[in-house]
Design a binder for this molecule. Structure first.
Ligand code: ATP
Length: 236
């Protein structure tokens, strides 16, 4: 079977720092895959490279049969990869509704309106707050907006970079519940997370990234029950 996303021997450098040192992985259509790793492992670098914000030194990225390795970010969005970036990065001086519409920049206006309505159904809180400036939302609401903005592009592959970052446990549970609903609508998800337990409960499979290289891979069940992964990433 051909994978929706195929990454082969990907290397990404910042000057002389090698952030990704030859990563190969695959994501199948409708699969949820988690990338776990400590601070500085290279998770954000991977996400930014997949969405065309960083250009790799070498290696190959294929999405839906097309070589996206050196494609610009706007073309990658048009191909069907939507990203919710680390640190949320909503436009603080724009309203919730404006932020969502910006997310749909690749699509005709009538379709954007329909997609925004779809996002409001997933996140009723965003509908309540649609006229509010994004900069005045709580951290959890900003995270919902960042995910909602990525969903407005109707992605085939949703990239999520640390959706739990800096949020209270109850909010994290709430966000992951919504992500399960999104998964159940058939969106393929690649999620990077430091909250390994939550990510593995959502995902079908996972990979562990350690200083730029993949050290483990397996089904979520295998990783959750591995003593080595438990000791390093699951806090017991
Ligand atoms: P975190 O969870 O802390 O965000 P991460 O796993 O996402 O970590 P990256 O942000 O991808 O890790 O960083 C991987 C490595 O690349 C780190 O050693 C980091 O210091 C380095 N790095 C990241 N961005 C840059 C940059 N703009 N210039 C130089 N080095 C960078």
């Amino acid at each position: 079977m051909t994978s929706l996303l195929e990454i082969e021997d990907l290397r990404v450098n910042y000057g002389h720092i090698q952030a990704l040192k030859g990563i190969s992985l695959q994501v199948q259509e409708k699969e949820v895959v988690a990338i776990l790793g400590a601070n500085g492992a290279g998770k954000t670098t991977l996400m930014r490279t997949l969405s065309g914000l960083l250009t790799p030194h070498s290696g190959k990225i294929t999405f839906a049969g097309q070589d996206t390795t050196r494609m610009g970010a706007d073309r990658i969005v048009r191909l069907g990869i939507g990203q919710s970036p680390e640190g949320r990065r909503v436009f603080g001086t724009l309203s919730v509704a404006e932020n969502l519409r910006m997310g749909g920049f690749t699509r005709p206006p009538a379709e954007i309106t329909e997609s925004c309505e779809h996002v409001y159904k997933i996140f009723p809180r965003l509908y309540e707050r649609r006229a509010q400036l994004a900069g005045t939302l709580s951290g959890g609401e900003q995270q919902m907006l960042a995910i909602g903005r990525a969903l407005v592009t109707k992605p085939r592959l949703l990239l999520l970079d640390e959706p739990s970052l800096g949020l209270a446990p109850i909010i994290v549970r709430n966000i992951f519940q919504v992500l399960r609903d999104v998964r159940d609508t058939g969106v393929t998800i690649l999620i990077v997370e430091q909250n390994a337990r939550m990510a593995l409960k959502l995902a079908d499979r996972g990979y562990v990234l350690e200083v730029g290289k993949l050290s483990h891979e397996g089904s979520s069940r295998e990783l959750l029950s591995s003593p080595e992964i438990q000791a390093a990433y699951l806090g017991h």
